[in-house]
Design a protein. Structure first.
Length: 344
């Protein structure tokens, strides 16, 4: 099947999009939001509290009565983050409060501009403002409980008359989001991200973009991918969804392979970034699940998936041959990181 036939069609010709001030803006997303399942994948209001655990660390997503923020609501944050990063790259002053021209936002995110789209945008702001994140963090050997929102507040301005459509909206980003932006804890997304039809497709792309990046491939067990996705479907149903995605093979940036004997998924980079450096032609190695548990013991204050990415980056750039024992090499790497810097 052709990739472009499986994506949503481009609603606006390039010359029409160029009327937007942000037409050439590069899409940016926060790496923590790509790593962990902050957003609901349901198209219906989800008012259940979701809990996501990694070893002793946990994250709870607590929705308002209007439901948890969805992965489509996240478009607003992606848009705001992209605006702020564009200003930072130009040396401009940035603030937590971001004003969004709603018509330009709808065009930029490949949405329609009918009345119902403006209503949907208002509902998205309600869910973003109402959703709270709770988590425990280890600091100085003690458990610290923290709660924060993604958006502290939101304001909208409507036109007068029977139409009453939104002219603009303003969001006041939370300290957590704003600090992550200023720390440059962001990654670039492909523009076709907004053309992905299903919530699970967006989530799978985010994980591939976060973990595979510009490397040749990223293998992961289907069970772990299911957990990281935050999908509420059964493992059997999730496996079927992945097989369908493999058959269509339409994700931006990456192709997908499924290995039935190992129940493993491998994301392969469509672009040959690794060929820019001859040393990087080796494949990304696969870590067994037990490696993550051991890594948490030796580097208790770190995100093990961040350490995994750092380890692979270090390995491919070193030009060394593949280690005979990938798990032992990874654990040794984690020990050195923790010894040099006990806290991230």
């Amino acid at each position: 099947m052709m990739l472009e036939n499986q994506l949503l069609p481009e609603k606006y010709p390039q010359n029409e999009l160029l009327i937007c001030d942000v037409a050439n803006m590069v899409l940016k997303d926060l790496m923590p939001q790509m790593e962990h399942p902050f957003y609901s994948l349901s198209k219906k209001p989800d008012t259940t509290i979701r809990r996501y655990e990694h070893g002793n660390d946990w994250i709870e997503i607590v929705p308002s009565v209007k439901g948890a923020a969805t992965i489509y609501d996240k478009d607003i944050l992606i848009y705001a983050i992209s605006q702020i990063m564009a200003k930072l790259n130009q040396g401009e002053k940035v603030e937590k409060r971001v004003r969004i021209n709603t018509h330009e936002f709808l065009m930029f995110t490949n949405r329609g501009t009918s009345g119902r789209e403006y209503i949907a945008l208002q509902n998205s702001l309600d869910r973003l403002e109402g959703t709270r994140i709770r988590t425990n963090l280890e600091t100085d050997g003690k458990i610290q409980w923290e709660a924060f929102g993604l958006v502290d507040s939101a304001t909208t301005r409507r036109s007068s008359g029977l139409d009453g459509r939104l002219i603009w909206c303003e969001i006041n980003l939370s300290d957590w989001v704003f600090n992550a932006i200023k720390s440059n804890d962001v990654l670039t997304l492909h523009r076709d991200y907004f053309k992905l039809r299903k919530p699970i497709e967006r989530r799978i792309y985010e994980l591939a973009r976060k973990h595979c990046g510009q490397q040749k491939e990223w293998p992961i067990t289907l069970k772990l991918l299911h957990k990281k996705s935050g999908s509420k479907s059964s493992l059997k149903e999730f496996r079927r969804l992945i097989k369908t995605t493999v058959e269509i093979n339409h994700l931006p940036d990456y192709t997908i392979e499924y290995e039935k004997p190992n129940d493993r998924v491998t994301f392969n980079n469509r672009e040959e970034w690794w060929k820019d450096n001859p040393k990087n032609q080796n494949s990304l190695l696969y870590l067994p699940p037990s490696a993550y548990e051991e890594a948490r013991k030796f580097a208790p204050h770190y995100d093990v998936y961040y350490l995994e990415q750092e380890f692979h980056n270090w390995w491919v750039n070193s030009g060394r041959p593949a280690p005979k024992n990938i798990k032992a090499a990874f654990i040794g790497f984690c020990k050195k990181i923790h010894k040099r810097k006990p806290y991230p």
